[in-house]
Design a protein around this ligand. Structure first.
Ligand SMILES: NC(=O)C1=CN([C@@H]2O[C@H](COP(=O)(O)OP(=O)(O)OC[C@H]3O[C@@H](n4cnc5c(N)ncnc54)[C@H](OP(=O)(O)O)[C@@H]3O)[C@@H](O)[C@H]2O)C=CC1
Ligand SMILES: [Mg+2]
Length: 293
């Protein structure tokens, strides 16, 4: 899987969907030879896993090679990772994210944080070490809680000023050192929305490549309907609002991201983001709850 300055190489399929360009090692060799590039860059490849048939998969950043020439030879295009996340299918996006996270980690850990000396990678690329010392470092993720707050009939979504127009998601925040998941959820919801969380339920988790590899821990957080008055921290969130089931269903039906020039609408993160999973899970529970009444 090829990257250029951490942007994955994607191609458009006949059915207009997008996938990452996966080349056999021979093809990467011939591509580099054709472009007159240094073949030794292949040794910078990082192992990302094995297929069911036992074929090893690697990722490689061709930052030292001309991007336009690689695009022309391969028929693909290097695309910013955020944009790729919206273009790729649910099955393809996580591997691209994992690859980019590993490449980024290696690129930003070239020096030992204890001695300042140059580090070396092991052959697979699963860790780095400082020669002659016991200093090993491994790729890391920052734990982040993402909580869908609900009050029985509504759920709470917010948006940061940096989000694309109309995009709302569940509240999220980095865990502080020493906190449990429950404590992080309670603190984040209190800080960002001014609400007191009564109970926290775990839902699911995912690796998220932004801003620098986060480990997203998805939860539901219940608040009392009698204490659902919001006090939004405007320095963190541009807006936060309660949504009922009908509004959520409308948001879930919006093609994400909305087409350029389309009328302004409220929409939610793409299917493979945990924010989307929490919102659709809540909607499903709410539907069941309403039909059982
Ligand atoms: N997958 C999904 O569906 C969603 C994912 N997210 C992700 O959740 C992440 C966290 O949400 P966000 O609301 O921004 O978090 P926070 O509410 O915690 O606010 C971000 C601030 O936290 C501080 N911070 C503390 N620890 C870290 C760290 N390890 N890395 C970076 N900043 C840190 C920084 O402030 P300072 O420098 O002042 O200390 C930063 O500006 C985002 O990266 C976002 O991409 C968010 C919503 C949906
Ligand atoms: Mg936040």
């Amino acid at each position: 899987m090829l990257f250029h300055s951490l942007q994955p190489l994607l191609k458009r399929n006949q059915d207009h969907s997008f996938s990452s360009v996966s080349l056999h090692c021979h093809d990467v060799n011939s591509l580099l030879r054709k472009l007159g590039a240094d073949l030794s860059v292949i040794q910078d490849s990082i192992l990302i896993g094995c297929s069911d048939r036992g074929h090893a998969h690697f990722c490689l950043d061709l930052a030292a090679v001309d991007a336009a020439a690689v695009e022309e030879e391969s028929g693909g295009k290097f695309v910013d990772l955020r944009k790729s996340y919206f273009l790729l299918s649910e099955s393809k996006a996580p591997l691209v994210a994992k690859s980019q996270a590993l490449l980024r980690w290696h690129q930003t850990h070239r020096f030992c944080s204890c001695s300042g000396k140059l580090t070396q990678r092991n052959r697979a690329g699963s860790h780095r070490f400082t020669a002659g010392t016991q200093n090993y470092s491994y790729p890391q993720m920052s734990p982040v809680v993402i909580a869908l707050v609900h009050d029985g009939t509504r759920c709470l979504l917010g948006r940061q000023a940096s989000f694309p127009p109309g995009l709302y998601s569940a509240l999220a925040g980095f865990c502080d050192m020493g906190e449990s998941v429950e404590e992080s959820v309670r603190r984040e919801v209190a800080e960002e929305a001014g609400l007191e969380v009564l109970s926290v339920t775990y839902s699911s988790s995912q690796h998220w490549p932004f801003p620098n590899s986060s480990f997203m821990i998805g939860c539901f957080a219940a608040v009392s309907p009698a204490h659902s008055q919001l006090s939004v921290d405007r320095s963190e969130l541009e807006d936060a609002r309660w949504f009922d089931l009908e509004q959520i269903e409308r948001g879930l039906s919006v093609r994400t991201p909305p087409r350029r020039g389309a009328p302004a609408v409220t929409w939610f993160p793409p299917k493979h983001a945990i924010g989307h999973r929490l919102i659709s899970e809540w909607a499903e529970l709410q539907r069941r709850h309403m039909t059982s009444r």
